[in-house]
Design a protein around this ligand. Structure first.
Ligand code: TPP
Length: 625
């Protein structure tokens, strides 16, 4: 809990979420600058640091910000590091793709103040579009990657990450994953240093900080030297260790794989030798050699790719891993999956009949009513999609690229307004290509946070290269999907202080777009008319569909004046238009159409849609508090 994250009690044991532990580690390290773009499973790190920042004012001060995107977040942390301060950037795994341009060159420059990049990977893609293994960034950028196997280590390694970064002059990547970021565990607290965030004088270091080709050429061998120095250190680092055991097959366990391997061995009642690796890049070869000198083969336990496995194979070690089918190649691990792999490698029976248990779990899960994710009652995206669907039906066909956010749920029937999603901002970029080859109209939907994150360059490109499309920016004034973090369009900063609000319509006009209209999507008729006008416009047209996220405004309204729900009157002839064309979870049908007054937020969109005028606001007496 937050109060424990900021607690002074050195040596005390508290229960923390993995991401809170990472935040606490940064605080114990005396971090100076923390920047992030939200993304599951990383979001709570900066959410926590932003709350903690207010509570630690005057005791342990640091700058905290939600940056416009991950590249900017990494650059912010680089700035701090180059000034000799400690900088941290946090993001989900795919965020590192966005940030990689800065990261790969900063590796050459090297860290001055400690630099930690927290990459939260998402094995099994619980809330992501892919399952990439970001240890490869360590390889491609030639940077150290450290991984924790429990919440305590998450805190400790975060703190040590800054120390390693300064000691070796290298940016350090800390790799977390969903099951570490989102598990809770007991953490023994360290000390919170007392410090002010003091400004320092700028010192030029143009021999390292300006990566001109002539300088970069000199820095490259230096980077290799630093990497081999840190490998030597990792060979003896107390966070990597060997555990003695029985038999001639051992386990090489990376990060959380260590916890799974220990559980699996307990179930199997075996006690194999274990090499626990907290540094997975560079692999400490001497330590590996020492480990394998006493055994014949190893089982690698690592998520997501055969990263250590490939390295071990290249060293000539015999490996039971993913590549030869002993360990699963796809999705996250758990104790039973790892147990099955170990049992197969040892040629013994698993402790239980897991396929039977799996079959039973599947049978039981069929009994639960399906709960597909839906847009919330009163979500302004639903209203915007309803209008888009009406206009697309008029057109007969249209191409509907969309993006990543709550609004991706517009893929579902009856809205069916999402034809393509690739990665954040790609809706606008991809439409630049589509516009030159399709005969159909293109109507794009993108969220406000996503537009500011990665949509702007592609919009400028469309204006410049004359790609015609209609771009609907679904501006709900928040980053709803990841937990309602603020962004530049909201004018609120991570530390809670007001910032300068960036006006999206000004940005769009600044990109050269001439057709720019702001519409409240709750006004369905106006939304439809504006879409028709935008489609008829000869150049790029942008509609900003602006209405606050229903969760946010309904929460406020409940606390102030209360919400007046809508109800279905006797005029309803059960034509089902509302149910069939407009998906609001508050609209239900049993023997007749009804509105659930508990779910209804009173947006009134359904009353505009009803062709019989049968949906009305409740009278004021029945208003809910
Ligand atoms: C590169 C990258 N960073 C972060 C994310 C996580 N993420 C998914 S959608 C989204 C933004 C959603 O906000 P917005 O576009 O405003 O739409 P909303 O959810 O508010 O409807 C984020 C941060 C991601 N998928 N990819």
């Amino acid at each position: 809990m937050l109060k424990d994250v900021v607690k002074d009690g050195e040596g005390e044991r508290v229960l923390l979420l993995g991401n809170e532990a990472i935040a606490r580690g940064a605080i114990e390290a005396g971090v100076d600058v923390c920047a992030a773009y939200p993304g599951t499973p990383s979001s709570e790190i900066l959410d926590t640091l932003s709350e903690a920042c207010k509570m630690l004012k005057g005791r342990m001060e640091y700058h905290v910000e939600y940056s416009t995107n991950e590249k900017v977040a990494v650059e912010v942390a680089i700035g701090a590091s180059l000034a000799g301060k400690r900088g941290m950037a946090c993001m989900k795994h795919v965020g590192v793709n966005v940030a990689s341009d800065a990261l790969l060159s900063f590796a050459y420059v090297g860290a001055r103040g400690g630099f930690l990049l927290v990459s939260a990977d998402d094995p099994s893609m619980h809330s992501s579009q892919n399952e990439q293994d970001n240890r490869w960034y360590g390889k491609i950028a030639k940077l150290p990657v450290i991984e924790a196997s429990n919440v305590q280590e998450a805190k400790d390694l975060t703190k040590e990450g800054f120390e390693l970064s300064e000691r070796f002059g290298l940016p350090v990547i800390f790799r977390s994953y969903t099951r570490l970021s989102h598990q809770s565990g007991i953490v023994k607290l360290g000390k919170i240093p007392y410090k002010k965030l003091e400004r320092v004088r700028w010192n030029r270091h143009i021999d390292t900080d300006v990566v001109l080709p002539a300088i970069a050429r000199k820095l490259k061998p230096l980077l290799h030297k630093k990497l081999s120095e840190i490998e030597n250190f990792f060979n003896k680092w107390e966070r990597n260790w060997i555990e003695d055991g029985d038999g001639k097959i051992g386990i090489v366990a990376c990060g959380l794989g260590y916890a799974y391997a220990k559980d699996a061995m307990r179930s199997l009642k075996v006690d194999l030798p274990v090499l626990k690796l907290s540094s997975t890049h560079p692999i400490p070869e001497k330590l590996v050699e020492e480990f394998v000198s006493e055994i014949d083969a190893v089982i690698t336990v690592e998520e997501v790719d055969p990263f250590a496995e490939l390295h071990l194979k290249a060293m000539g070690v015999e490996v039971f891993g993913k590549m030869n089918g002993y360990m699963p190649m796809d999705y996250e691990y758990n104790a039973s999956r790892v147990e099955l792999g170990i049992a197969k490698a040892l040629g013994i029976k698993p402790s239980r009949n897991y396929s039977e248990a799996q079959k039973r779990a599947e049978e039981i899960s069929k009994l639960a009513p399906p709960r597909p994710p839906v847009l919330c009652a009163g979500c302004p995206h639903t209203a915007a999609f309803y209008a888009i669907r009406k206009v697309v039906n008029e057109l007969g066909n249209a191409c509907l690229p969309s993006d990543i956010g709550c609004y991706t749920l517009g893929i579902n029937k009856p809205l069916e307004c999402v034809d393509i999603t690739i990665c954040m901002g790609a809706s606008v970029g991809v439409s630049n290509g589509l516009a030159h080859v399709l005969e159909d109209k293109i109507i794009i939907t993108v969220g406000d946070s996503t537009f500011l994150h990665a949509g702007i360059p592609a919009l400028i490109n469309a204006v410049y290269n004359k790609a015609k499309f209609v771009l609907v920016i679904l501006d709900n004034s928040t980053t709803a999907m990841t937990g309602q973090q603020p962004h530049p369009g909201t004018g609120v900063r991570a530390c809670g202080a007001p910032g300068k609000k960036v006006n999206i319509e000004d940005v769009v006009r600044g990109c050269g777009v001439e057709f720019v209209e702001v519409v409240n999507p709750y006004n369905v008729r106006r939304m439809i008319e504006t879409l028709r006008k935008a489609i008829a416009h000869p150049d790029v047209a942008v509609i900003i569909a602006r209405q606050a996220c229903a969760i946010v405004w309904a929460r406020e309204k409940r606390m102030k004046s209360g919400i007046i729900p809508l109800r279905v009157t006797e005029k309803c002839d059960q034509c089902m238009e509302c149910i069939k064309t407009f998906v609001c979870p508050a609209l239900t049908f049993d023997t007749k159409v009804r509105i659930d007054p508990v779910l209804c937020v009173g947006c009134g969109v359904c009353s505009q849609i009803c062709p019989k005028g049968a949906i009305r606001r409740e009278n004021v007496q029945s208003k809910r508090a």
